[in-house]
Write a protein that binds this ligand. Structure first.
Ligand SMILES: Cc1cc2nc3c(=O)[nH]c(=O)nc-3n(C[C@H](O)[C@H](O)[C@H](O)COP(=O)(O)OP(=O)(O)OC[C@H]3O[C@@H](n4cnc5c(N)ncnc54)[C@H](O)[C@@H]3O)c2cc1C
Length: 374
């Protein structure tokens, strides 16, 4: 049997695939990273760049623990990337806010967090409900309509485009073979190796890790796996650069390291990444001005939409194939937040040839069958 070209072929060069490929290379694997190239529809280029913990895990307590783990590993992850590439991804974790514009919103927020933290097996981390004056101490420019907020010290943000570039720089430096314009059309397992038919010929590898975002839905069944997805569109508005005023990210609004303000958090069923719904941008902008009146006369310089990589229940899928040993799938919304876990925890498992039971038990796609049976 000829030796495979690579130890692992990672399919998908977005943030999930690139972080996983970097982690695998650090474990000494020979890695190929196959992608469709820069014309691809990529959530990794259109996201809001939060490293966000509060409100994660309602309905799946393990997701809260997994998210807290990544948030706690992020600073080391960013520092190691800087060491290897000299590039700073501008990670900050000053704590984050979810602002409420009415007593009713604040009550609903408190109820949601109480339900989240009362779940059996939930990891213990701090979130608190603050009133207007307490919020104003940390966010002095809030408007009178802000009645309060939930605050979590584990929340932060990053420059996600710089993260994307830094990961690709890091994998190049570690000898990962990046193969853009290599769309995978088919995958078979023969004689103990995977043969991936791409638009640019065949690639052979001992293992395969599917990190192709929503396209995992089509690819996973080729290797005896499943990835039931329910993509949705999000829209983001970006302002001109402003003096630094917002030193904490808000779940719908953050000031970037470049001074611009990003406003986002819409959900539409559309799958058209080129379309924009003006009414959605208007609603986002209107709420932002009520939260921070100083934004009222600020210029919008850009707005875009992007398709979220969303599983059917919104929680990540990490799974390994029983019928095709050596095949793995990773798909998640929050691929910025979870990047530290993908590089530092999931990749070493794939390098060892098996995912830990503690990861598969809560995050395997088999849960959808339980839900169907329920
Ligand atoms: C509007 C919006 C806001 C967001 N905000 C945040 C946030 O604040 N914080 C956060 O943590 N996350 C956020 N996310 C989510 C985050 O962007 C994604 O979780 C992350 O980018 C997912 O990356 P991915 O690599 O799985 O998918 P993508 O970035 O979509 O990459 C998938 C890659 O797979 C490749 N591919 C597909 N099919 C094939 C094939 N057959 N062969 C080869 N390659 C293939 C594509 O070319 C693409 O490059 C947001 C997403 C959106 C849309």
């Amino acid at each position: 049997m000829a030796a495979s070209d690579y130890d692992v072929a990672v399919v998908g060069g977005g943030l999930v695939g690139a972080a996983t490929a970097w982690g695998l290379a650090r474990e000494g694997c020979r890695v190929a990273l196959l992608d469709e190239g820069d014309r691809a529809v990529r959530a990794s280029r259109g996201n809001f760049a939060l490293v966000w913990v509060q409100s994660k895990g309602l309905g799946l307590a393990a997701y809260a623990g997994w998210t807290v783990r990544s948030s706690n590993a992020w600073a080391d992850f960013a520092a190691t990337l800087k060491e290897e590439t000299g590039l700073d991804v501008c990670f900050q974790r000053p704590g984050g806010f979810h602002l409420a514009l009415s007593e009713r919103e604040l009550e609903a927020r408190a109820t949601t967090l109480k339900r989240l933290h009362n779940q059996p097996g939930i990891v213990d981390y701090k979130t608190e409900i603050l009133d207007h004056s307490q919020v104003a101490k940390m966010l002095p420019d809030i408007g009178r309509e802000v009645v309060g907020a939930s605050y979590c010290p584990l929340d932060g943000h990053v420059n996600s485009l710089r993260l994307f570039r830094t990961l690709h720089t890091a994998i190049h430096a570690r000898g990962v073979k990046y193969l853009p314009s290599h769309r995978v059309e088919n995958i078979v397992r023969e004689e103990g190796e995977f043969r991936l038919t791409t638009t640019q010929g065949e690639v052979r590898a001992g293992r395969v890790a599917l990190a192709a975002g929503n396209a995992n839905m089509r690819l996973a069944p080729m290797v005896g796996l499943e990835a039931p997805m329910k993509p949705e569109r999000g829209q983001i508005v970006v302002t001109e650069r402003l003096r630094p005023f917002l030193h904490h990210p808000v779940v719908t609004l953050r000031q970037t390291d470049e001074g611009t303000v990003m406003i986002g958090d819409s959900k539409e069923e559309s799958l058209d990444p080129t379309g924009l719904t003006l009414g959605v941008s208007a609603t986002e902008a209107e709420r932002a001005v009520r939260q921070f009146p100083l934004l009222a006369n600020v210029n919008v310089v850009r707005t875009w939409s992007a398709i979220r990589v969303m599983t059917q229940d919104g929680f990540p899928i990490y799974d390994e194939s029983e019928t095709h040993p050596g095949a793995f799938v990773l798909c998640c919304h929050s691929g910025v937040t979870l990047a530290a876990n993908h590089a530092l925890t999931v990749a070493p498992m794939i390098a060892r040839g098996a995912l830990d039971k503690t990861l598969v038990a809560p995050f395997s796609a088999r849960r959808f069958h339980v839900q169907e049976a329920g």
